[in-house]
Design a protein around this ligand. Structure first.
Ligand SMILES: NC(=[NH2+])NCCC[C@H](N)C(=O)O
Length: 412
């Protein structure tokens, strides 16, 4: 992949500017690790049929390419970064070898083994993880493992020495762009924490991203990309619930103000539950001045607005979200596309990510085909809906927005 593979200047200042380049992750062997015993912990609601999930994902990527979007794949970027940079390899290995869990002896054996593995294979291991048995089998060419690891003896061969990362599929959460900078997030749950070591490595070492500056560098508290909506240039909404914490939202706001990336941050409380794990599961932008939203929260969604002032910040609390947003965006009204659904249909389609649309231009969105009613209402309001199937992809509870990280959008 060459440096000029990115179409358009890096970065984005909105949710809806014409999409030029996007980072996706084609689901791979990390999904084959899911079992009925570990799927809850790994944040999947079922066991996807992996081949079909890959087909669905390929169709998603092809649809985007057909609309002129350059698609970057996380797995390829990871391999390329570790091919050109030894430091990238070291960083990936050190994030994957958890000495606290493995003990010193096994940690040393594992790190030694990984240092000898070629970049493409190492990328696979970092994404799909590794079991005790796989390590033992792979070590045959290495100098003999020390044999002094109690941890090795006491673990089952099918246990993981490196945990798999099935949620890499949701590239939205582990990094996001704002203006011409990239923010590596800080993921809240143990199953996902290591994902950011991979996005960090890609943006630090892949030649395509040389010289790119960072936002939210302190990463002091949890912020996940699914909670961050670029409502308009300078105006950012941040959901606070199961993932992003109040401290995360506060730290992000402060950092965006300091870097002059925003003047207003709307902090939006959402229910702390699985169905609404991120703000983008209940609300996404479909046009420069329009959102689609889960009907059950339309009347109650509110926001604290943090404004940057000359002398510091002001915080206004408890305003209805749509009004606070329109105010900060400097528009008369933020249109709500009312899906008008009865509460059972609305609840079912929210669960299946009907509100999780990816805009590829103002008024043009990608959505799961299964959310028939939501899509019909979007179209009735003049939004063009490009449908993809997600019967298998959806088992991780994420739709087109969750599965995409816009790397370049035309500025509004
Ligand atoms: N931006 C999003 N809504 N991402 C969806 C993430 C789903 C993933 N299984 C998780 O629980 O973390």
């Amino acid at each position: 992949m060459s440096v000029d593979a990115v179409a358009g200047p890096l970065g984005a200042d909105s949710e809806v500017g014409v999409l030029r380049t996007v980072m996706l992750h084609r689901p791979g062997d990390e999904l084959r690790r899911l079992t009925p015993r570990n799927n809850d912990q790994l944040l999947f609601d079922g066991l996807p049929w992996v081949d079909r999930a890959q087909d669905e994902h390929d169709a998603f990527a092809d649809l985007l390419r057909g609309r002129g979007v350059t698609v970057l794949l996380l797995g390829e970027l990871l391999t390329e970064a570790m091919t050109v940079s030894g430091a990238a390899r070291m960083q990936g290995i050190s994030a994957a070898v958890d000495a606290r869990r493995l003990g010193r002896s096994l940690a040393e054996d594992l790190a030694q083994h990984l240092r000898g593995v070629p970049a493409a294979e190492l990328a696979q291991i970092l994404m799909a993880g590794m079991t005790f048995d796989e390590l033992l089998e792979a070590e045959t060419g290495d100098p003999q493992p020390s044999g002094a690891s109690l941890v090795r003896r006491m673990h089952h061969g099918g246990d993981f020495v490196i945990d798999p990362l099935p949620n890499l599929l949701f590239t939205r959460d582990s990094s996001f762009w704002i203006d011409d900078r990239v923010a590596i997030t800080s993921l809240a749950l143990p199953a996902r924490v290591r994902e950011t070591s991979l996005t960090d490595l890609i943006y630090a070492f892949h030649p395509m991203f040389r010289g790119v500056r960072r936002a939210y560098e302190s990463r002091t508290a949890p912020v996940e990309g699914g909670d961050v909506l670029l409502l308009a240039p300078g105006v950012v909404a941040v959901g606070v619930g199961e993932r992003t914490t109040p401290a995360g939202a506060e730290a992000l706001a402060r950092s965006l103000f300091e870097d002059d990336l925003a003047h207003s941050v709307l902090v939006v409380p959402i229910a702390q539950e699985r169905a609404s794990m991120h703000l983008d599961t209940v609300c996404t932008m479909v046009d420069t001045d329009a959102v689609v939203m889960y009907p059950a929260i339309q009347d109650t969604l509110s926001a604290f607005t943090i404004h940057r002032e000359d002398a510091g910040v002001t915080i206004r609390g408890g305003d209805p979200f749509l009004e606070a947003a329109a105010d900060a965006m400097g528009i008369g009204k933020l249109r709500l596309i009312d899906t008008g659904l009865d509460h059972v249909t609305a609840e079912r389609e929210q669960w299946d990510d009907g509100n999780n649309t990816l805009a590829i231009a103002p008024g043009v969105v990608v959505a799961y085909e299964r959310n028939v009613e939501t899509n019909a209402r979007l179209e009735a309001s003049g939004i063009e809906v490009l449908r993809i199937s997600g019967s298998e992809l959806g088992s991780g509870r994420g739709g087109p927005r969750c599965m995409s990280c816009p790397v370049s959008r035309e500025r509004l």
